[in-house]
Every structure is written in C-alpha cells, then in structure tokens.
Design a protein around this ligand. Structure first.
Ligand code: 5AD
Ligand code: SF4
Length: 441
C-alpha cells in the first residue's frame, strides 16, 4: 500500500485543511505513514504569517529532498499559505517539488496526484483557485471535536499581515451548507465544534441577498442543533464584533464563555498604523460589553511587539492594556516584516534585540496575569470535555473547560465525556483537579 505523510504548520485553519488533505489521500487508497521516511507521498501544508514558519518549513523540506534522492519515486507536494505566497517562484526555488497547491485548491489535489495515487503530473497547479473543501472526506484526530470552516479569506487591510494577499477576498460559505455539515458531525458523535474563519464574525455579509444573514444568526442556528454541546469560534476581529453576536453568545447555551479577541497593540497610535480601525478605548469598551453580557467570560488575545515605529511609550501602553483587560491567555509575537505588506516598507523598523527584550517583558506580564486568573478557579467545579490521558502523567486525564483552559485531573471518565472537575491547583497555562461527583443540573 502506498503511504502518505502530512506535516502541518500554522493556524487552526491549516490544521483543518490538513484533515481534508488526509481524508482525500485516504479516499485514494493511501494509508498514513508513521514518519516521513516511510512515505511515498510527502505533503507539507505551510504557513507564511511570520518568517519563522518559513524557515522551519525550509528545514523540513531539505529532509524530504534527501529522502527523495534516496527513493526517487517519492512525491513531494507543497500546499498552504507559503506555497500560495511563493507561487511565482516555488518551483524555481525548490525544483524537486512535484505538486504545489493553494489553500483554495485542496479539492483538486486528487486529480493532480493521479487517480489511485499513481503517477504525478508535474507542475504548478491551481494556486489561484478558491473552493470550499466542505464536501471532502475528513480524517479527524478526535471523534467528538471538529473544526468547521465558515469562510475563507479576509477583507481587512492590517498593514503587517500577509493573509489577505494569500487567502484572498472574504467569501462566506452558505449557511445551509454549514448547518448541514454540523448536523452530520453531530450524528457522527461530535459534541464540540469550532467555527473557523480568518475574520469569523464578519461571516455572512457577502452572501447573496436571499440568504444574507450574519454571524449571530449562525451561532443561533448551530446552538439549535441536537447533540452539539459546545460551540467555539475563531478568530473574530474586534471591529466586526456587533451587538447581535454578543446577544447570541449570552443567550445560546452551547456557545462557550471564551473569546479569542486579538488586540495586537495597546497603543492607539500603533493601532492606527496597523490599520486595525479600532482604538484602545473602543477595544476596552467592547471587552466591557462582552463581560457584562457573558459573566465569567475568558478572554484570549494576540499581541505583536516591535511593529515599525513602536516607542517605549507605545509598548508601555500595551503592557498597561494587558493589565487592564487581564487576559486569561495571550499569544505574543515579534513583528516579522512580510514582503509586499504595507508595514514592511514603513520607517522605524525596530532592532531585533529590542524586539526580543520587549517580548520577554510582555510574556512576563501575560503569564503573571494568566496564573492569577487561573488561580481564581481553584475551589470551583468546572465542566470538562475529556480529551484523553494527561500528557505528563498517563494515570491522569486531560480535558478542557468551557473557558478553554486545559485541565489535568484524576478520574475515571473516557475521552469525549463531559464531566465535572473540582479545581485544586493552577499554573499560568493549566488547571489541575479531580473528577467530582455528578451534580444534578
Ligand atoms: N508579524 C508578527 N505577527 C504577526 N501576526 C500577523 N502578521 C504578523 C507579522 N507580520 C500575528 C497577529 C495575528 C496572529 C495570527 O499572528 O497577532 O493575530
Ligand atoms: Fe499561517 Fe495565516 Fe495561512 Fe494560517 S492563514 S496558515 S496563520 S499564513
């Protein structure tokens, strides 16, 4: 049997795309190889959001090239955002790559790899196409959790970001299609879905007039489906977080008390240069409205340090914003200039050592506050969706709260079950506790 191996970089959208890629390869009769060494078809699903994933991919690709030299029949396929961004020169840079595909051309991968997975037509394929892969078979890691793509692309113009250039204009998937997919998933035993879009809460605005609707309505439609007990979504843009979505979050029992709400900077001056179209006060006001509507809300965020022109004063404003909002979690990034973006050409690029120093200072504040927030949970009983054995202690279990915190706990439950867990201890990233007796709701 021919075997494939897929390596995924980047965000949840890419992880989900990889499930489709794997599902499709399996439908062609290929089996999954445990490592790249045993694979006849080596696939990379790449990311290009910062320079680091580009570099990591290059190192992996060099290894694949060596494998191909030893076994010349090996097929190397490169998909995802880096492939799309480099479409003009990918085959010049890496002549041993056989197939290249963009995020919107996954449905055609089967044709390019050749029916039955035999023989490959070499060349550049479909990098400019845009199709939802919603009808493809899917190879999911977990039976009870699923990602569901609701839109592709992004119409924002954030000056640092390469995504609009690689994933194109925003295109919403039809509501009927999304609801049908989630109903199918629920029938297969899925209990938690995460709706995915580059700007998930602007979903719906580009639909044809007869079916035009908005994200709050989609949340309500998903909430009404039997069997789906947890609904998450990522990532929303603060500028598109309107009242109906907040109301839907407050009223839908299945929508989890967690929002990942990228701040990027706490300085209104920098937010303007970033073209985020909100300022610090508007963001704070949104957080206030969200917390009023959804008690016990957990907030996560993304923050960039070292954006061009960032002064000590701007950076301090970011630290203050983190103190003010008190995030439960935050992804922190060093600004990475991306070719062709507006910010890459801006004056005042911040020297690397200074960016690193600021990142360290930011991470310290983020972790201190996250630990404080998590310690507030000690003594509470949280509903946990069990994901499997704990990563550090196989005798214990691991799962996630509705507020999206990982919990390691002692107990007897099985993966996929929802159980109450009494929280006994906390760090900045995890909680720990023990399974509690089932309480009558
Ligand atoms: N440099 C650093 N971080 C970036 N992000 C997006 N573009 C860049 C860049 N050029 C971050 C943002 C975004 C997250 C997915 O990645 O914080 O929300
Ligand atoms: Fe990376 Fe962005 Fe593409 Fe996701 S959408 S894989 S984060 S470049």
């Amino acid at each position: 049997m021919r075997r494939y191996h897929v390596t995924t970089f980047g965000c949840q959208m890419n992880a989900h795309d990889s499930e489709r890629i794997k599902g499709m390869l399996e439908s062609l009769g290929l089996g999954e190889a445990v490592s790249r060494h045993e694979a006849d078809v080596i696939v990379f699903n790449t990311c290009t959001i910062r320079e680091k994933p580009d570099q990591r991919f290059a190192a992996h690709l060099a290894q694949a090239r060596a494998l191909k030299q030893a076994a010349p029949g090996t097929v190397i396929a490169v998909g995802g955002c880096y492939a799309e961004a480099q479409r003009e020169r990918l085959f010049d840079l890496y002549p041993y790559v056989d197939v290249a595909f963009g995020p919107g051309s996954i449905p055609h991968l089967a044709d390019w790899l050749g029916v039955g997975g035999t023989g490959v037509a070499r060349g550049r394929f479909g990098l400019d196409e845009r199709e939802f892969a919603g009808e493809l078979p899917m190879h999911r890691e977990r039976a009870f959790q699923a990602w569901v793509q609701v839109s592709m692309g992004c119409n924002s113009k954030c000056s640092y970001c390469i995504v609009p250039a690689v994933r194109g204009r925003e295109q919403s998937r039809r509501p009927g299609e999304i609801v049908a997919e989630i109903s199918r998933l629920a029938r297969e035993g899925v209990r938690e879905v995460t709706l995915l879009g580059q700007n998930v809460n602007s979903w719906g605005r580009d639909l044809a007039p007869e079916i035009r609707t908005e994200f709050g309505e989609l949340l309500r439609a998903c909430d009404a489906l039997d069997g789906i007990e947890r609904i998450r979504f990522t990532s929303p843009h603060p500028k598109d977080f309107r009242e109906p979505v907040i109301a839907a979050m407050a009223e839908c029992a299945a929508v989890c008390e967690h929002i990942h709400l990228p701040l990027q900077s706490g300085s209104s001056r920098l937010l303007k240069l970033m073209r985020r179209t909100y300022d610090r006060d508007r963001y704070f006001h949104l957080v206030e409205r969200l917390r009023d509507a959804v008690p016990d809300l957990a907030l996560g965020t993304d923050i960039i340090v070292g954006f061009p022109g960032e002064t000590e004063k701007d950076f301090s404003a970011t630290l203050e914003a983190v103190e003010e909002v008190r995030y439960d979690s935050a992804f922190t990034f060093i600004y990475s200039p991306r070719r062709g973006t507006e910010a890459a050409a801006m004056p005042g690029q911040v020297p690397e050592p200074l960016k690193h120093e600021r990142l360290e200072r930011l991470v310290e504040v983020v972790q201190r506050i996250a630990a404080e927030r998590n310690r507030e949970r000690i003594g509470l009983v949280e509903e946990v969706l069990v994901e499997g054995p704990s990563r550090t202690d196989l005798a214990r279990l691991r799962g996630r709260t509705r507020r999206n915190t990982t919990v390691n706990f002692s107990g007897t439950a099985s993966a996929g079950e929802l159980v109450p867990v009494e929280i006994e201890a906390a760090t900045s990233a995890t909680l720990s506790g023990r399974q509690a007796a089932l309480v009558a709701a």
